[in-house]
Ligand binder design. Structure first.
Ligand code: FE2
Length: 273
């Protein structure tokens, strides 16, 4: 099975690039499932209903979130109706929406998509993601209850993400990190067969400070005073993500490759599709 994951879509630049490139990727790579992290789509902070719907129309089967999940407060309401929009599963009990969803592909294969958030150097501090994911993976076992499992682990610390990768190794098809907005070069298949990448990188303008126009972050680092609001950088975005091919019998990963299309970063094509 072919899985594609795209990292955090930041602002208009990121949205426009994904709206433009995702239909082309669907044609070219013929993925079975595409998952996109949309938590920074709305000017860097959260996601609106129309942005979610446009991502779905352009080819995203599932949209994941993170610490900015509910910055656009309308998301507290529409996430209850939109079952393919998921927020971190370790949000304390009572949070609107769900932390996972099951996608059934046109060929009838079942793909579980989960979202969870780390707790190191990131706010808000949610429930412990380790038992949350262990419980979910016990409930839905790879190769028995579904054909693939894709986990977006939204966190700041590479240590916590690597630990989580090893924690789910052999029980998920892919664990990919999000939130730092910087793609890492450690994409690999772990010993137990789970594809792993510490961070997918953002879909945004890399002539920036993690997707934001440079001026305000630079002055805040120096003067420790806010002057203006953060606003997304507006240059051409690089669409960043990861592609994984899984074994149809086991659901484990066979191949993994980074994706980087457009913008300033060196380009990376899947190669094996
Ligand atoms: Fe984030």
């Amino acid at each position: 099975m072919r899985l594609i994951f795209l990292g955090d879509v930041v602002g208009r630049s990121g949205r426009d690039a994904v709206y433009r490139e995702l239909p082309i990727m669907r044609q070219r790579y013929k993925p079975d499932v595409v998952v996109v992290n949309g938590e920074n789509a709305a000017h860097g902070f959260g996601i609106s209903l129309d942005m979610y719907q446009k991502l779905r129309e352009c080819g995203a089967d599932v949209v994941t979130l993170g610490n900015h999940a509910f910055d656009q407060r309308e998301a507290l309401v529409f996430i209850e109706r939109e079952s393919n929009l998921i927020r971190p599963s370790n949000w304390p009990r009572g949070c609107p929406g769900a932390g996972s969803c099951m996608v059934v592909t046109p060929s009838g294969q079942r793909v579980l998509v989960m979202n969870a958030m780390g707790r190191v150097m990131i706010e808000p501090v949610l429930d412990d993601p380790f038992p949350a994911l262990a419980h979910a993976l016990d409930q839905c076992q790879l190769g028995r209850d579904c054909d693939a499992i894709l986990i977006d682990f939204h966190g700041e610390a590479s240590s916590e993400k690597m630990a989580m990768g090893h924690f789910v190794d052999g029980r998920a098809s892919l664990l990919v990190g999000t939130h730092t907005h910087t793609p890492t070069a450690d994409h690999q298949i772990l010993p137990g067969g789970t594809a792993y990448m510490t961070d997918a990188g953002m879909c945004g303008d890399y002539d920036s400070v993690i997707g934001m126009d440079k001026a305000e972050p630079l002055q805040r680092f120096q003067r420790k005073l806010p002057v203006e609001k953060f606003k997304p950088a507006e240059g051409e975005a690089t669409v960043c993500g990861v592609a994984v091919e899984t074994d149809d019998k086991t659901g484990l990963a066979l191949k993994i490759a980074p994706i980087r299309i457009g913008g300033r970063l060196s380009q990376a094509d899947v190669g094996f599709w």
